[in-house]
Design a protein around this ligand. Structure first.
Ligand SMILES: [Zn+2]
Ligand SMILES: [Zn+2]
Length: 123
């Protein structure tokens, strides 16, 4: 997987993009355990048990994406399908997934454009 950085080309405002999507699995206590790459599936089986069925795995796994709050300009990790699209810092619903910010005007300086730069690193 390629690693990207997402920055404003004007003021250098940095957005936490991560690797785009991070897989997670929900344990018996309802906590989300991140499944890091590589070996995502190993973590899933460790949490759900080696005999976990496909439907259980479907129910208990998801993907987190970075979401940028346009009020406080902080990022948090949300599941596009499950979570309310709200900032975990200030509770504002005025934000966007970092993916959707690329090629958009910078929310910080409004003069620059948000761009994705390839770091050349590969995980
Ligand atoms: Zn900027
Ligand atoms: Zn916020």
């Amino acid at each position: 997987m390629d690693i990207y950085v997402v920055n404003c080309n004007g003021c250098g405002f940095h957005l936490d993009f991560g690797t785009g999507l991070t897989m997670y699995v929900i344990n018996d206590r309802g906590e989300r355990i991140l499944c890091l790459h590589p070996g995502e599936f190993y973590t899933v089986l460790k949490v759900l048990g080696e005999d976990a069925s496909d439907s259980l795995i479907k129910q208990r796994t998801g993907h987190l994406q970075k979401w940028l709050c346009l009020e406080c300009l902080q990022t948090c990790s949300l599941d596009l399908n499950r979570d309310p699209h709200k900032c975990s810092h200030c509770a504002s619903a005025n934000g966007k997934f970092v993916n959707g910010m690329i090629d958009q005007p910078c929310p910080k300086c409004s003069a620059g454009t948000i761009e994705r730069f390839d770091t050349g690193l590969i995980t």
